[in-house]
Design a protein around this ligand. Structure first.
Ligand SMILES: C[S@@+](CC[C@H](N)C(=O)[O-])C[C@H]1O[C@@H](n2cnc3c(N)ncnc32)[C@H](O)[C@@H]1O
Length: 236
């Protein structure tokens, strides 16, 4: 795990609860849907890129079940809905009840029947879709993360110095269907770091592809503002 990352307020639930409290007020008062990640270095553009990756790689005709972890205001799932994925196959979880309330309010204002649930991903199994069997755990054809692993990696470490993010890749592998895809966008981890963390025998994931994104040059060194990488769970 990236030992360079130091705990910050972005890794606390209190921080996100406060953010969404004010976002809900803005939505109720002036209809501003908010865009949490505009204050965290990536926003609309990464939503577009992630939606494009999904449409290019996971056909709408297969009616894939999709879970976004840490869905915030739901913008990424709304993007998938607009691209033609059936809302009833899309689900978003977030541990902040304010995020769930905001995403539900926006979904309802747009007439989208996407499921949003309060769920702490590291310790609770996300509820399945209404039409999936409850006893099945590996429910998801596609799992998405935009900024959530980043936030978890900024949480306080335990007494042994381990980050809570250490458990995250294994939980993805456990909940993803065989052959399913996990697409993650991060501004704290490089593509190589993401590969090392997620493509392991424990997760059963292998590297699939990267999302093409803008590259900047600074001091003669090429880099990009964020990494978007896709993994696939090895088909049985
Ligand atoms: C950087 S924001 C990204 C929100 C959204 N994906 C977006 O791109 O706008 C991180 C989100 O993860 C949520 N989150 C952080 N840790 C979580 C956890 N352990 N379980 C579920 N949600 C979590 C936060 O409440 C927050 O909404």
């Amino acid at each position: 795990m990236n030992s360079e990352l130091h705990p910050s307020k972005l890794g606390t639930k209190e921080y996100w609860d406060k953010v969404y409290e004010s976002e809900i007020t803005n939505f109720e008062e002036i209809g501003d849907e908010g865009e949490v990640c505009r204050i965290h270095r990536f926003g609309i553009e990464s939503v577009k890129n992630m939606v494009k990756w999904v449409t290019d790689n996971v056909p709408i005709s297969t009616n894939p079940s999709v879970l976004e972890i840490g869905a915030g205001n739901g913008a990424l799932l709304f993007g998938l809905c607009e691209a033609g994925y059936p809302a009833t196959s899309l689900s978003g979880i977030d541990y902040s009840p304010g995020a769930v309330k905001l995403a539900k309010a926006i979904a309802s204002s747009r007439g989208y029947e996407i499921a949003f649930h309060a769920c702490e991903f590291l310790h609770e199994d996300p509820p399945g879709l209404s039409h999936t069997k409850r006893e099945v755990l590996a429910l998801w054809d596609v799992m998405l993360d935009k900024g959530t692993f980043d936030a978890i990696a900024l949480s306080e470490k335990d007494e042994k110095g381990n980050s809570p993010a250490t458990d995250y890749p294994g939980r993805i592998g456990r909940l993803l269907k065989s052959g399913g895809h996990f697409l993650i966008t991060s501004c704290n981890f490089t593509e190589d770091e993401l590969k090392k963390l997620f493509a392991t025998t424990e997760t059963g994931l292998v590297y699939h592809s990267r999302v093409t994104r803008p590259v900047f040059t600074f001091g003669g060194i090429k880099g990009s503002a964020y990494s978007s990488v896709a993994f696939q769970k090895t088909p049985c």
